[in-house]
Ligand binder design. Structure first.
Ligand code: UDP
Length: 311
């Protein structure tokens, strides 16, 4: 049985990943989460699986469990959540990855770091390629997350160079789907919930900023392929959907799909909010057997709207 550790396994992406890993009968999955933003309800369908274990633990504290693979997702990820306790966010990124890299090194486990498109900041290069070094404010309200995730990448590569630790680094772009936290404050969850209740739609700024939205199943497929890619392929690699939408057009699609009477309202744009974001996924296609997202936005929004309409 392969023992796999998933930190942040009770979060939106983490729970989908745990479920996917459990589909392989040779996998034993240990989910570590301190439930700061993760939710036990995300694990309802797997909590009683004999090959699944939940451990309530904060990765800022060291952990010693013999495992063969580590997926390090633990970190608040939506802007309102990671900005609420910014020093905690940076500690989770930096001390958390040090603890997980120590664990990986001790047991010669493979470790995957869940990095983010935020490492590109408000990008001057569009679409973003992995070789682009980014335009990140080191002292702004997003910095606790952006810089924390950048240092985490640095630590992965330095552990690899100094100690031979087996690393993989992925950079995830905006992802959506069922199990998203309704209180996350993210654009997809906010807009769907507002549309379903016929409440005002809150567009930040003029709504012309862009994002590229990946359905969670497509992301999980990329993650699994990355973990089993050749040993000397470390990344970083972009995983996301390159179809780019303005936030206003996302709102219009959601209004149409929910038959909503909501109206668009305009709120101040938060500082350092990136104006545009779209992944270049050529490297992922090349290294991950032609991987690319298969589910277009409207198709992925259907089960997502259904999920939010039931909670
Ligand atoms: N946004 C918005 N209304 C909302 C929530 C977010 O217009 O109710 C905007 C936000 O300013 C950003 C984009 O939608 O430009 C995506 O925000 P999100 O928080 O989902 O993720 P980000 O990509 O900024 O980390």
């Amino acid at each position: 049985m392969k023992k796999i550790l998933v930190t942040g396994g009770a979060g939106f992406v983490g729970a989908h990943l745990c479920k996917r890993l459990l589909q392989d009968k040779n996998n034993y999955v240990i989910c570590v989460d301190n439930l700061y933003t993760g939710r036990l309800s995300n694990l309802e369908s797997i909590i009683n699986n004999p090959r699944f274990e939940f451990v309530n633990h904060n990765i800022i504290q060291p952990l010693d469990i013999p495992v063969e693979e580590i997926y390090n997702l633990a970190c608040p990820a939506s802007p309102p959540h990671y900005q609420k306790y910014p020093t905690y966010t940076t500690k989770t990124c930096v001390i958390g990855i040090i603890n997980m890299l120590e664990l990986a090194t001790k047991y010669h486990a493979k470790i995957m770091q869940f990095s983010t498109s935020e490492v590109y900041g408000d990008p001057f290069v569009h679409p973003q390629v992995e070789s682009y070094r980014g335009n990140v404010n080191p002292i702004g309200i997003r910095s606790c997350y952006d810089e924390g995730k950048r240092v985490a990448e640095t630590l992965c590569f330095d552990y690899n160079r100094e100690f031979g630790t087996r690393i993989k680094v992925i950079r995830i772009f905006n992802t959506y789907g069922p199990l998203m936290d309704p209180n996350d404050g993210r654009v997809v969850s906010n807009l769907i919930l507002q549309a379903l209740k016929d409440e005002d739609i809150t567009l930040y700024g003029d709504g012309t900023q862009t994002r590229s939205f990946c359905y969670v199943d497509d992301l999980i497929e990329g993650i699994v392929r990355m973990m089993s890619s050749r040993d000397d392929f470390l990344g970083p690699i972009n995983l996301g959907n390159p179809s780019e939408f303005t936030i206003k057009s996302l709102a219009e699609i959601i209004l149409e799909m929910t038959n909503s009477k909501s109206i668009l309202t305009y709120c101040p744009l938060p500082s350092d909010d990136p104006l545009q974001r779209k992944p270049d996924i050529s490297l992922a296609k090349k290294e991950l057997d032609g991987w690319e997202p298969r589910i277009p936005l409207r198709e992925g929004l259907k089960p997502t709207i259904e999920y939010f309409s039931k909670i």
